[in-house]
Design a protein around this ligand. Structure first.
Ligand SMILES: Cc1cc2nc3c(=O)[nH]c(=O)nc-3n(C[C@H](O)[C@H](O)[C@H](O)COP(=O)(O)OP(=O)(O)OC[C@H]3O[C@@H](n4cnc5c(N)ncnc54)[C@H](O)[C@@H]3O)c2cc1C
Length: 397
């Protein structure tokens, strides 16, 4: 076994995409870690994910790019349609020019096909220990690092702790203490549609995004075209945080009025939907306390409109490991440097994503203004506006 650079492991709370990427990035710099996942098994919910070029560049840097891309679909374009008139509003080619500009194509995938290769790479690495049934409930700093408490009462001695425990993070409670995330004023109804049930003329090699009045609908192929991922989001004042309830079409469909024929055809296909309340948090100026820090949704949860939450978690992971390396295992210093590097970029993505609420759901004259904003924009001009987001930061290498 390669001698690790740290005697005690770095504990990582949460084995989602962010936590696994963090373990792998640290291992590739010679640091050992102990992954503590609350669930009985590692896994991801069975829905789709946009994997923008900046996210693919992180997967490449972690050595899992080829495995992740194998089961992903490299999309042909990014498109927005006006769901009232049926006209095309935005069409951004994701072709060779796109790849050349941003260093990678743009993919969509089943979440398991991104999480899976990361998990396999972690399992294969001798510096990573993976534990399930291990819910982190608290932590205490001590001279050696951090004592991490599990729900079972067990205490784990760690050199440092990374809270990658998602939007309801326990680790965040102590560092930031801002309570539960806030409802963002929207709910999403999700379903997967078997390809055999999807009309042939709507099976396109890219996500089709329909922007309606106070709602939007998006669908795209996943799992080698065997399924279509469908997300139907509607603005609502409803604040009750209930996760993953099943809903029948007769409850869901009336929430999506005044749409043209095509999106309506698609949302009439599923026989049931799962409902999720969209939550967010305001950006914060600190997410680190000594040798404990946060990563991914635990640090900077965002609404999904910019499709970058997992991408930001991946970028965090590689930045954190680069700083641990640069600080030669002084995790308190490394975590402050990591946070300093990441806060503005992640806060910009959180804020930009929330601002898209208006653009994606415009109605009346605002809808016409939205459409006019994109009129005549060339491909290069689209790329220029997206460059801040899709260009991987310099530490992604
Ligand atoms: C509707 C929707 C669509 C989205 N679409 C996209 C998209 O297209 N592209 C994109 O990049 N992002 C997207 N996102 C965002 C993305 O899903 C998240 O940002 C990403 O999953 C965050 O990863 P994470 O590892 O930080 O957290 P999570 O994926 O939430 O993982 C957290 C892990 O920690 C575990 N855990 C929780 N608490 C504890 C604890 N106390 N102790 C131990 N383990 C714990 C959980 O079981 C879980 O395994 C979307 C989000 C939503 C809601």
């Amino acid at each position: 076994m390669t001698a690790p650079r740290n005697a005690l492991p770095v504990a990582i709370a949460g084995g989602g995409i962010g936590g696994l990427a963090c373990a792998l990035a640290l291992a590739r710099k010679g640091f050992r870690s102990l992954m503590l996942e609350q669930a009985r098994e590692f896994g991801e919910v069975g829905v789709g994910l946009h994997v923008a070029p900046n996210a693919l560049s992180v997967l490449d840097a972690l050595g899992v790019g080829p495995a992740a891309k194998k089961n992903a679909l490299m999309i042909e374009r990014l498109q927005m349609m006006d769901a009232v008139t049926g006209e095309e509003v935005v069409n951004i080619p994701c072709d060779a020019r796109f790849e050349q500009r941003f260093g990678n194509p743009y993919a969509v995938a089943h979440r398991a096909h991104i999480h899976g290769p990361l998990l396999e790479a972690c399992r294969a690495h001798e510096l990573i220990e993976l534990r399930t049934n291990s819910r982190v409930t608290g932590f205490e700093p001590n001279d050696a690092g951090v004592s991490v408490t599990l729900e079972s009462g067990e205490r784990i001695a760690a050199a440092a702790l990374v809270g990658a425990d998602g939007v309801y993070s326990n680790v965040r409670k102590r560092i930031v203490g801002d309570g539960d995330p806030l409802p963002a004023g929207a709910i999403i109804f999700r379903a997967t549609i078997p390809a055999a049930e999807m009309p042939k003329d709507l099976q396109r090699p890219y996500p089709t995004f329909w922007a309606g009045p106070d709602w939007h609908v998006i669908y795209y192929p996943i799992s080698d075209w065997s399924l279509f991922n469908l997300g139907c989001t509607v603005l609502t004042r409803q604040a009750k945080l209930v996760e993953a309830e099943e809903f029948a079409p007769d409850v869901v469909l009336p929430l999506f009025p005044n749409g043209c024929e095509t999106p309506m055809r698609v949302i009439h296909i599923p026989k049931s939907f799962r409902r999720f309340v969209i939550v967010h948090r305001e950006p914060v100026g600190n997410w680190t306390e000594g040798r404990t820090t946060l990563l991914g949704d635990a640090a900077h949860p965002m609404v999904q409109y910019i499709a970058q939450g997992a991408a930001m978690a991946l970028e965090d992971a590689i930045c954190l490991a680069a700083e641990a390396d640069a600080c030669d295992g002084d995790f308190a210093q490394a975590f402050l440097r990591y946070q300093d590097i990441r806060i503005v970029r992640t806060a910009r993505v959180q804020i930009s994503s929330l601002m898209l609420t208006k653009l994606n759901h415009a109605k009346g004259v605002e809808r016409k203004v939205r459409n006019s904003l994109f009129e005549g924009r060339t491909t290069e001009q689209h790329y220029d506006r997206l460059a801040w987001l899709y260009t991987a930061p310099p530490y992604v290498k």
